[in-house]
Design a protein around this ligand. Structure first.
Ligand code: AMP
Ligand code: MG
Length: 335
């Protein structure tokens, strides 16, 4: 299959591919998504094939207008409406009881469906010219999510029909996922909309254990995606937790030509080995937008080991931390 690279002026071509049951990678404000018609089970099954994604990991359905949600869910409770009013369009996904029209391929056999209304104008245009779109991140399963059209091409060339090149993604990590199918609601995956913002909007929100910790043996994931190794570069990533001073001492003793550091801007002047800066230590928005492309860059440059400094867990830091510990397979060294 030849993969077309489309400009944002060619979204009508992309919409036609979707209507004919094909697969299109689209830019969103979080990461690039690999989209198919959410009501076409066969097209959706091809997403799993193209990514090598386990069939038991459900997809998010993307809408461009709130009205479209009534075709997707069985119930739309008051708390969901408040969250939609406040955070849509934007990087928030809500899990709700699903309608019968959702193919099993989308929900992976669960009786709930994940729904999001993205703010990216090109994603919105594609949806409004076609239909609600089922879309996971447009990377090969397990590797870092793509934040540019080039990242998508590197993973998906020859596997999908087209890619819309909408430049780099703003947020850089996948959407916040909250389930409203339980009471109180539960945060399953942190993202650009923070736990603090959710609690301010609807009161109590529980932080699911799997956000910060590996699943225990035999434990069932509230969000199936949490049980898989994720976002991992080929290089071995290790997180270091401690002061700037202890971090610098630890990494500077590992100058072997094969090791690199994901660092904060404040640390650059004192580093004695190759580094990839993530932004300032407390600027979690910038860190989120750079994390995945930094992990891909470390691989492109052939590093075998990468050390990163553990971020804080307040605000968007929680999303950065959650992706980093998964990319590192939960390897953390306490300094
Ligand atoms: P991705 O779009 O690749 O980031 O994957 C979507 C994420 O949403 C995965 O972690 C899924 O497990 C999660 N997800 C999608 N639908 C549901 C659902 N119905 N219940 C719980 N988690 C879901
Ligand atoms: Mg993904």
């Amino acid at each position: 299959m030849k993969t077309l690279m489309l400009s944002v002026d060619e979204i009508e071509t992309a919409a036609r591919i979707i209507r004919e049951g094909g697969l299109v990678a689209m830019p969103t404000e979080t990461v690039y998504g690999l989209a198919a018609d959410a009501y076409n089970g066969k097209a959706v099954a091809n997403i799993f094939r193209a990514k090598g994604r386990p069939m038991d990991n459900p997809l998010i359905v993307h809408i461009s207008e709130l009205e479209q949600i009534y075709g997707l869910v069985r119930e739309f409770p008051d708390k969901a409406r408040r969250l939609a009013d406040r955070f849509w369009p934007g990087p928030l996904t809500m899990i709700l009881p699903k309608s019968d029209k959702i193919p099993d391929e989308v929900s992976a056999g669960l009786d709930t469906v994940a729904v999001r209304c993205p703010s990216d104008p090109n994603a919105r245009k594609l949806i409004s010219l076609s239909c609600p779109l089922a879309a996971p991140s447009a990377n090969l399963s397990g590797s870092p999510s793509p934040t540019s059209a080039q990242h998508v091409l590197n993973d998906m060339d020859g596997r999908i029909d087209a890619i819309i090149d909408g430049g780099e993604c703003d947020v850089g990590v996948e959407s916040t996922v909250i389930t409203l199918a339980t009471d109180p609601p539960r945060l399953l995956r942190p993202g650009g909309i923070t736990l603090e913002q959710l609690r301010e909007a609807i009161g109590e929100v529980i932080l699911d254990d799997a956000v910060l910790n590996p699943l225990k043996n035999g434990e069932k994931a509230a969000s199936p995606g949490m049980k898989y190794k994720h976002y991992a570069p080929k290089a071995e990533l290790t997180l270091l937790r401690g002061s700037e001073e202890s971090f610098l001492r630890y990494v500077n003793s590992r100058k072997d030509g094969k090791t690199a550091v994901l660092c904060y801007d404040e640390e650059i002047d004192d580093l004695r080995l190759p580094f990839i800066p993530l932004g300032r230590a407390k600027d979690y928005h910038v860190q989120a937008s750079r994390l995945f492309s930094a992990l891909r860059e470390a691989d492109d440059k052939g590093f075998e080991r990468v050390f990163a400094h553990c971020p804080g867990t307040e605000g968007v830091g929680l999303a950065v931390y959650n992706r980093m510990i998964r990319a590192a397979g939960f390897k953390i060294v306490e300094l």
